[in-house]
Each structure stands twice: as C-alpha cells, then as structure tokens.
Design a protein around this ligand. Structure first.
Ligand code: SF4
Ligand code: SF4
Length: 528
C-alpha cells in the first residue's frame, strides 16, 4: 500500500454530495439559444472567425486561439450566428464579455471529424497543437489551456497526477464522470503521460467516492494495450479533507513533496490534470471532437439535484428549471460553497469552467453573522493548508500594509476559505486577501506602466542626445576634411610670382615651337 502524507490544517465541512449522485448523468436538452463566450479560458481571448448570419456546423471553430496562452472556441450545435456582442457571463469581475449567440437549427450536423489513428505517432508539439485547436482546457475550475501545461516544463516529469479528489462540498461532476466514463479517463491519462514521458500516473480520489475508485481500478485492470507495459497507473484513495483537491495539497498527500513558494509543480517533476480534462483529451484525440460540452452538477435548493451533460453556452436558468429550483431560492453560486462565485444573473451561459451550480436560499446558506473583532484565537492558522498566519494577513490587509502581507506569503494563499469557515468572529478573511492581492497586482501593474513610460522617456532622451552627438561628429569630420584639403593645396601666388610664372610658361612655349620646327625640318630632309 502506498505511503500517504498529510498537509497542514484542513477542515471537514458537511459534504452534501449524496443528493446529486443518486441518478446517472442526464443529457441536458438542446436549448433554443446558445451564448458562447470567446474568453472561457486563462490567457488571451479567442479571435472570432465567424460573422453574424453565418451558418455553422456542430464542432466548427468560431474563435481562433490568439497568443501562446489561449484556446479555440467552437459552435456547440449546428445553426446560425445571430449576434457577436458583449454579454454578461459568470466571472468574478461581473463584467460582460465578447460572446457569439448561436440559434441551433436542431439538425445537430457535425463538421467532418478527424480522429488521430495513433497518437503515439504524434510529436509532443503536434499533440499540443491538436489540443489547442480542440479547445481543451482544465475542467477543474481554472480553465488553463492543457496544451500550455504540456509545453512548459524545464525538467523531466516523473509523476503525472490525475486529480479526482473533488473536495468541495456539493460538487459531484467528477465523481459521476469517474463512475460512468472511467475507461475514457484512463485512455486520456495515458496519452498525457506518454506526451510528458512520465513514469507513473497516480489518480488521487477522496475516500468518500468508493464507486469512482472502484470504476477507475477496473478500467485500469481492463485497459490491456492502452497503458505502455513498463509504466504504472495507480488509483490512490486519499483521506477526505477540505481542500485536499487543491493541486499543492494533493501533490503533498500523494508524494510527500512540497511545491516551493512561487514555484510550479513541474519544478519538482510533477504535473497535475483533472480527471475530466483527461476524458476531454481522449475525446479530442480518439474522436477528433472539440470541447463542446461538460458535466455540470445542479444542486442545492432544488427538487432533483443531478448531474447533466451540458452543451457549452446553455443558459443556466434552463438547467436549473430541469432540477426544479425551489421557490425560496434567492441566488445562485457557480462552483462550491467555499470557493464558488455568485452568478450575476441566472441566464448566464455554462462555460468550460462551470462544474457546479448551487441554488441558494437563506435556509441553506444563512446570511453572514455580524463581524466581531479578531480575538487572536489562531484557529484560522490551525486549519490553513498553506501553513500561513491568516490573522496576520488579515491585519496587514485591513491596515493596507501590503508589503508586509506579501512578506508573510499572501500569494501562497489559495483562497480556500478554511480560515473564514472556522473564524468565531465571522470575519470574511478571504475577501480581505482578495482585496490585498488585487491592490498589490494593481500597484505592480501601475508600476510596470510607469517603468515602461520612464524607460520610453529615457530612451527618447538618449536618442535625441545620440542624434545631437552624431550631428556634431559629422560637422567635426567635415571641418577636419576641409582643413586637410586646405593644407594639401598650394597657397595662392603673389602678382610678382604670377608674372614670373607667365614668363616661364612663355619661354616653355617658345622652346616647344623651336623643337617642333627642328623636327619638321629633319623629317623633310629624310624624305628627300
Ligand atoms: S480565527 Fe478569526 S478571531 Fe481567531 S485569530 Fe483568526 S481571524 Fe482572529
Ligand atoms: S484562504 Fe488562504 S489563508 Fe485562509 S486558510 Fe485558505 S490558504 Fe489559508
């Protein structure tokens, strides 16, 4: 049995997962309208390559990746592009984003798909390009382009971790995917392992998902020919503790290794992908299918909590209607109750990062209690998985001592909310950390801009100075040349010298005449 390690802190909130795992994943119906944002991933917004009125096929690319960290966006159904404009989407900023509105024609006509016969014949770069153009991004929440995660590692990757921990309460989309589609996950995981040339694949799954653990173990056992013979895939049941599914904490539990502050897992020869991402990789390579849909948990204050296979762009209110949201629902959360974001409107579309929608009510999530002063009880520090001192970070953020907050490793905070969860003074600690981080980022951005402006100004000054110097050097060189020319030419003659010169020239002319006439006389004599 594999030795497991512990990370510091952690909490055990009620899981509330069983409500949505009683029935199989259902197919959500095709909606009357799909709203597909061009920015559903970390990095640059995809560039629209369709225009209003275009008829598109299911799977057709409508947004081209633009920049190194970017990903393609596709039509989730066949139909007509009715609009390309700014629309409200689920984003912490609450700002609208560029979206394509697609009116499906109901025919579900696909583009011609080009599956890869043997992915092992692909070079890592060809494989990365295939994922980029298929719009494959991390489905665990961050939506980071998967091709970039395969591309950026300076050293050999020894261990590939498949994250199936799904530690946040209420969310069960990965659990249900592992139960029902384990074979595809193993195949996608082996493709990722092959491209990273990793020695082993570890599937980290919390022990409150016995069905998923068993399904993946069976899929590995039955995977003859899928996994390279000398490589290992192992399902590891890990203790259920929040936030055990956070990448750094999962790496610690499975390998005992710590990702140093400010470093990436790849710096310690480990790479992580979510299990749903591995499944999407399998669909993209084995079937040529771009990422058009994902599993979404609809739960909370609903009559029938359930997981749905949903087309990207489907309005969330249509999903919520399928699960019968109860009348006292007063808001919706995208993600879990610990790290999720409130939806600006329930009509916003499902995007690649939408793993769960929780219908919330005052009964389910009572309003926050009045905030009291910090009593320095250090309960927050006891549960912090990043081993920080949350009470100090709170103090620094509140007093705007951002330099000190940074010195106390503010950016190692993963915003898991464990500290806020246990705080007896009901202090919304994570909000303070988000505020401090955004202030520091804004200041760094401003500093960067002013540094760039200063550098531009200094360069401008330098250029003017250089041009002046070049002009002066040219003038000097010209004067020097004139001086040299002056020195090499003879001085002008005085009138006496000119008269003497004329005399000399006249005498030279006379001698020439005499010589000429003598030669002519000699020639005449010779002829005779
Ligand atoms: S848990 Fe709350 S009250 Fe206790 S030290 Fe932390 S911030 Fe202060
Ligand atoms: S939100 Fe940050 S400070 Fe609070 S427990 Fe999580 S990692 Fe620690």
């Amino acid at each position: 049995m594999r030795k497991l390690y512990q990370f510091h802190g952690g909490i055990h909130p009620p899981s509330n997962k069983s409500q949505s795992t009683r029935t199989a994943i259902a197919q959500a119906p095709l909606p009357a309208k799909l709203t597909i944002p061009f920015h559903q991933h970390a990095g640059e917004t995809a560039k629209p390559v369709v225009k209003i009125g275009d008829h598109v096929l299911k799977g057709q690319m409508i947004g081209l990746p633009d920049g190194f960290v970017s990903s393609a966006v596709h039509a989730s159904a066949s139909g007509t592009i009715a609009a390309i404009d700014m629309q409200l989407i689920a984003h912490p900023s609450g700002l609208p984003n560029l979206c394509a509105t697609l009116i499906p024609d109901g025919k579900d006509e696909w583009i011609e798909l080009n599956p890869v016969a043997d992915y092992r014949s692909y070079s890592p770069i060809e494989f990365q390009q295939a994922l980029r153009m298929a719009g494959v991004v991390g489905l665990g929440g961050a939506a980071f382009p998967s091709d970039v995660k395969l591309a950026i590692h300076k050293q050999k990757i020894k261990t590939l971790i498949l994250n199936g921990a799904e530690c946040e309460p209420y969310i069960t989309c990965d659990d249900m995917l592992m139960r029902e589609r384990a074979e595809g996950i193993v195949r996608g995981a082996e493709m990722l392992r092959f491209m990273l040339d990793a020695n082993e694949v570890l599937y980290g799954i919390e022990d409150n998902k016995p069905e998923a653990i068993s399904a993946l173990q069976q899929a590995i056992t039955a995977s003859g020919g899928v996994i390279q013979p000398n490589k290992r895939h192992e399902v590891v049941s890990i203790p259920t503790i929040y936030p055990g599914g956070s990448a750094k904490q999962l790496i610690r539990v499975l390998t005992g290794l710590e990702v140093p502050s400010g470093k990436l897992p790849t710096d310690i020869s480990v790479q992580c992908f979510n299990v749903a991402t591995a499944y999407t990789v399998h669909r993209a390579i084995d079937f040529g299918e771009p990422l058009l849909s994902r599993i979404v948990t609809i739960t909370g204050n609903v009559g029938h909590a359930k997981n749905y296979d949903v087309l990207i762009g489907t309005p969330i209110n249509e999903l919520v209607a399928l699960s019968d949201a109860l009348p006292d629902t007063d808001r919706y959360i995208m993600g879990g109750p610990m790290m999720g974001i409130p939806l600006p409107a329930v009509q916003v579309p499902v995007v690649k990062a939408t793993n769960c929608v929780i219908a919330a009510s005052k009964k389910l999530f009572p309003p926050p209690q009045p905030v009291l002063p910090c009593i320095r009880c250090t309960r927050c520090a006891e549960v912090c998985p990043a081993d920080l001192q949350p009470q100090d970070l709170y103090w620094f953020a509140q007093s705007r001592e951002f330099g000190r907050a940074q010195a106390f490793s503010l950016f190692d905070c993963i915003e898991c909310g464990a500290c806020s969860y246990v705080c007896p003074s009901h202090i919304p600690l994570v909000q303070y950390y988000r505020f401090a981080k955004s202030e520091i980022r804004a200041r760094e951005h401003d500093k960067q801009l002013s540094d760039q402006a200063r550098e531009r100004h200094e360069y401008h000054e330098l250029r003017i100075e250089r041009e002046k110097q070049e002009k002066a050097d040219k003038l000097k060189a010209k004067e020097k040349a004139a001086q040299a020319a002056k020195l090499s030419s003879p001085p002008p003659l005085t009138p006496e010298q000119q008269a003497e010169q004329q005399k000399l020239e006249a005498s030279r002319a006379h001698i020439l005449e005499v010589v000429q006439s003598t030669i002519e006389q000699t020639d005449e004599g010779a002829v005779k």
